[in-house]
Design a protein around this ligand. Structure first.
Ligand code: C5P
Ligand code: C5P
Ligand code: C5P
Ligand code: ZN
Length: 489
């Protein structure tokens, strides 16, 4: 690949060799879109390599969960989309001879090291924007494939050449890796970059992906046109965003047939030139209504299409696919999301769609609650406490969606609290890449502030989280506010 750093590929080779030596493997992964796609990429590569394995998902890896993994008695454990941040706890079990860890992750590593640790951050690649957990799993899958897949050319390699293996095996898994990266919001500024771009290129070459400049709104595959525009509020177009009648009037005023019979078409039902007509008219309207040029630009971005999936389904668009996955695993149904990633287009997909409508309702109700009740501003950050009104597994998504809406400042990091149980509170933190460039590192903020109040946290510079004892929220805000002030000072 354009894996820009050879050391990353070397590390992947070592991890692949170790997995091939294992009798059987326990695959452990995280419960969001990136964690699910990481697991699906790894599971497919393990299966193709003939390695026996079992899969488990965890909401959050901590010392207790690592312990429960050790208790299962596997000699080899493959962690995907987490593990780096808990390497200290993991290494204790390794040192006790309980299991050998293989870690493919992109989170900020804890202060510990182990031999089979594949993480872009170790090689100068940004784990928050250039490679996701699924991307790390993909790099590993390539290495496994290169060692085990029979050559497709019938083995014409000359004597002395490497064994007859397919050097392009597992490249079809690039599609899932892209869904993971998009699910982790790595497509900042509208497109994927860095190592992610290399994965996209391989997916295109393998015939499983297409990238195109397109309208950058959510729901191009599945939403009827009026809803597509009405719900597109990221770049707020006055008179259309949040206005069903406005969106319909706008569409009816165009020289494009947006209906087929009595039904509205979706974006995918339009021809290329019809799409251009609608997009240009939308941009023109935004400019007329005084939307600043920097925002108007964000109406257009790169879309990633999974070409093997049927048109008009959630699975065809990387962004919609990732939301479908979040709708499963963040509600204790990782099994459903994994099944869909692995090709279940029957009962699994049907169940995932039911979960999606529930997830959408929760996101929309959560967002409305935040907008109604507002956020509290400190000197350097803003926060809200949803208590038990928003599920702790989605409070971070809601916080991210709230940024930029009325009363929620884009120029300040946001913290969001939600009750986990009687004893514990979940904190999610979200920033922007602009703030990161100015010095913000939310992973450190969450780590240090949670430690002060007896909790634990970590993540990425731009998005992080923590678990803290219930009742210590205000104290946590004070400490976090001070640290953010120091970072941006
Ligand atoms: O655990 P994991 O790395 O998968 O979580 C990353 C989280 O950070 C995702 O929920 C993603 O939406 C969020 N994120 C964000 N903005 C970014 C990068 C990541 O909100 N620019
Ligand atoms: O759920 P997920 O984090 O994947 O959502 C990514 C983005 O997609 C959200 O920030 C939001 O802007 C958009 N989205 C949406 N409507 C939904 C779900 C997600 O507009 N029902
Ligand atoms: O849950 P949320 O989407 O807010 O998580 C944001 C990031 O923070 C994720 O990468 C997650 O793995 C990390 N996190 C963490 N420790 C926690 C909670 C979240 O490292 N206790
Ligand atoms: Zn991730």
């Amino acid at each position: 690949m354009s894996v820009p750093v050879p050391e990353l590929a070397d590390r992947a080779d070592a991890c692949a060799e170790r997995l091939l030596d294992a009798d059987r493997v326990l695959l452990a992964s995280h419960i969001d879109a990136d964690g699910l796609t990481s697991a699906a990429v790894a599971a497919t590569a393990l299966r193709r390599a003939g390695i026996r394995f079992e899969t488990v998902f965890k909401k959050q890896l901590d010392a207790h969960e690592v312990e429960s993994i050790a208790m299962r008695g596997y000699d080899t454990v493959l962690f995907t989309d987490f593990g780096s941040g808990q390497l200290d706890a993991i290494v204790e079990h390794e040192d006790a001879g309980e299991f050998t860890p293989v870690v493919a992750d992109h989170h900020q590593p804890a202060d510990a090291e182990t031999e089979f640790h594949l993480n872009p951050l170790l090689f100068g690649i940004d784990g928050a924007s250039e490679l996701s957990g699924a991307g790390a799993a993909y790099v590993l899958a390539r290495a496994l494939g290169e060692r085990t897949s029979p050559a497709t050319d019938g083995g014409t390699a000359a004597a002395g050449a490497p064994p007859e293996h397919d050097a392009t095996a597992n490249r079809d898994l690039a599609a899932l890796a892209v869904v993971g990266a998009v699910g982790d919001m790595q497509a900042s500024g509208g497109a994927l970059h860095g190592a992610n771009e290399g994965i996209v290129a391989e997916g295109v070459e393998a015939g499983v992906l297409e990238e195109a400049k397109d309208l950058a709104v959510y729901g191009k595959q599945t939403r009827e046109l009026p809803k597509l525009l009405e719900y597109a509020t990221d770049v707020f177009v006055p008179g259309i965003s949040n206005s069903q009648s406005g969106a319909i009037e706008f569409l009816d005023g165009l020289d494009v047939d947006c209906r087929s019979g009595s039904e509205w078409k979706r974006w995918v039902d339009l021809t290329e030139s019809e799409r251009q007509t609608v997009a240009s008219a939308l941009v023109r309207r935004a400019i007329q209504r005084g939307v600043p040029a920097s925002k108007v630009e964000r109406l257009v971005g790169t879309s990633y299409t999974l070409t093997a999936e049927p048109e008009g389904t959630e699975l065809r668009d990387a962004s919609e696919f990732s939301t479908l996955l979040n709708a499963t695993a963040r509600y204790d149904r990782a099994d459903v999301g994994l099944a869909v990633c692995l090709g279940d287009r029957g009962g699994g997909l049907e169940r995932a769609r039911e979960l999606l409508s529930n997830h959408r309702r929760n996101l929309s109700e959560g967002l409305q609650w935040v907008k109604r009740s507002g956020v509290t501003s400190e000197e350097h950050l803003q926060w809200f406490d949803a208590e038990d009104r928003i599920k702790e597994t989605i409070v971070g998504i809601v916080a991210g969606m709230a940024v930029g809406s009325d009363g929620v400042d884009r120029g300040t990091p946001i913290l969001a609290f939600a009750r986990k149980n009687d004893e514990e509170t979940k904190v999610s933190a979200r920033g922007t890449h602009t703030l990161v460039r100015a010095g913000l590192d939310l992973s450190r903020v969450m780590g240090e502030a949670s430690e002060t109040v007896g909790g634990k946290g970590g993540g990425h510079d731009v998005a992080a989280g923590a678990t803290i004892p219930a009742g210590r929220e205000r104290e946590f805000v004070e400490v976090a506010d001070r640290i953010v002030g120091e970072q941006l000072g």
